[in-house]
Design a protein around this ligand. Sequence first.
Ligand code: CUK
Ligand code: CUA
Ligand code: CA
Length: 640
Amino acid sequence: MNEKPTAAAPEGLGRRRFLNSAAVAGLAGVGLAACSEDKPAAAGAAGTSAAPAGASSSSGHLKPGELDTYYGLWSGGHTGDMRVLGLPSGREITRIPCFVPDALVGWGITNESKAIMGTKPNGDLRYTVGDTHHVHASYKDGNYDGRYAWINDKINSRIARIRLDYFTCDKITELPNVQGFHGIFPDKRDPVDPAINYTTRVFCGAEFHVPLPNDGKAADKTDAYRTMFSCVDAETMDVRWQVLIDGNCDLTATSYDGKLAATNQYNVEGGVKFADMMAAERDACLFFHVARIEEAVKAGKFKTYGGSKVPVVDGTRKANEDPKTALTAYISVPKNPHGVNASPDGKYFICAGKLSPTATVIELTKVLDWFDGKLDKVDKAIVAEVELGLGPLHTAFDGRGNAYTTLFLDSQVVKWNVADAIKFHGGDKTAKYVVDRIDVHFQPGHINASQSETTKADGKYLCVGCKFSKDRFLPAGPLHPENEQLIDISGDKMVLMADHPVRGEPHDFIIFKRELLRPKMVYTLDEFPNAVKDPKDSGVFRKGKKVEVRMTSLAPAFSLTEFTLKRGDEVTLTLTNLDKIQDLTHGLAIPKYNINFIVNPQETKSVSFIADQPGVFWLYCTHFCHALHLEMRSRMIVEA
Ligand code: CUK
Ligand code: CUA
Ligand code: CA
């Protein structure tokens, strides 16, 4: 098993070793390998823990009928959705459509969902693709309050809000002036008003820099490309303000006192080519002074760009050299960092080095000291920069002072103690900050622990999003699932509990106690202004070519057994589900008209279409609801 790995002769190598050597060779090929393939000496000492053979008691397996104790909200990557998992079982419970159409529920087909998604003047959806990476939920007093979750769409720079009572998307906002909206994080309280101890803003970092205005006229002036950091109002979902910055944004973090938000930057170089983005040895973690930015906006110290009315303040380096007035602070961190995460004690932000084998620990009181003129150099807010292993990406916390960082190239999770890392960095070389390592399968990206980025981090479960699953599951063609691995972190040693295949391509996720949510199982009729509240109100209501078809469902029948339209009618069909008991969902499909949607108990939805195909069309219930589900039909006659 000691063959020297080469890219040309992968046979006989462990897959993990081959992936590692290939990836490192890839980096080395452009002359940018941050370190050798050997593990850093400081980090190598603790050895690797393995899953105990046959440890079924800690597999997360639930007996039939048992419920999970944690919810997980997962991004679906470029499936464009959000997913809800139960943990520790790892069972996928539902998917919440937001940015892209969904045939199960009729998202992107009903008028109500199309209004949220946004349409072109002809009524077609403006976008049908999305790429969700980061999901975070609203806070109160440092913990999730069960109101909302937010998720990004990197492709079209949209932010969606999910109501956590009904688990549905209720608003989507497209950010102006930016491309590649990636990192997202809600604030945890107001920076000035202590009474507002809950989320009122969501911060959004845009990754790609573009010409401003991006009208095709100055594409070659790459020095003038810029990106922005955006603040979205948690309630209205309007963009409150943006900050013009140097470099780029990647991931986003917020402090527990509401005063600071930050984004890691991997392209301070402003490079437009692959190698240019890796030219510098250090990039940055960029901090935003939230209260000062809002003061500047109030005082009218902003510009607007393009057709957007959103106030944009100047957060570039040059405009923010004086700490007393600075809106932003650029802290130098090595190299092409990925991920910035807030420790649950509220003290630190941690940037993982990606191309550097290190994590950088930034002390937030020191950043505030710099803004107050009490620290001469903002880089002195760095209290540790310690080696962890190859390709550190994201960090989670257990609430006991330990951090868990994914090592993409090493295919490991490293558990390290933040206080000991600070001691080590401060000169105490006896401080053993690496506590444990565990192999994961394979090449992990995101990581999160139960309640990790809350004041209630409980150190029970750790989930790792492995980007490659290789031979961990039955082969099902060339597209492999991701491997979400569950690790027990309640003891000193990490214990691998389970592998779960997930359809591509989740990135970030959060895990929290189930009692933080109080989901509703049945709607109320009054929530829908267009509800058909009584079967007697059903019928066809005609005003010239405009026709309204109003009907109800009550298992196992629609209120209209048939109805007649004329060819060319502009039809809006509204369906209210009058069933009141939970789990009694109906569907409605219209053959040849490309229509299918569901109505949950006491829910109302509508669809609009032109009756352009004459004939008899059997509307039928698509969602199994009753012994007579198949008989649940209605005859739509379109006269020629
Ligand atoms: S990025 Cu995907 S593994 Cu979008 Cu959070 Cu790091
Ligand atoms: Cu109603 Cu099936
Ligand atoms: Ca860089």
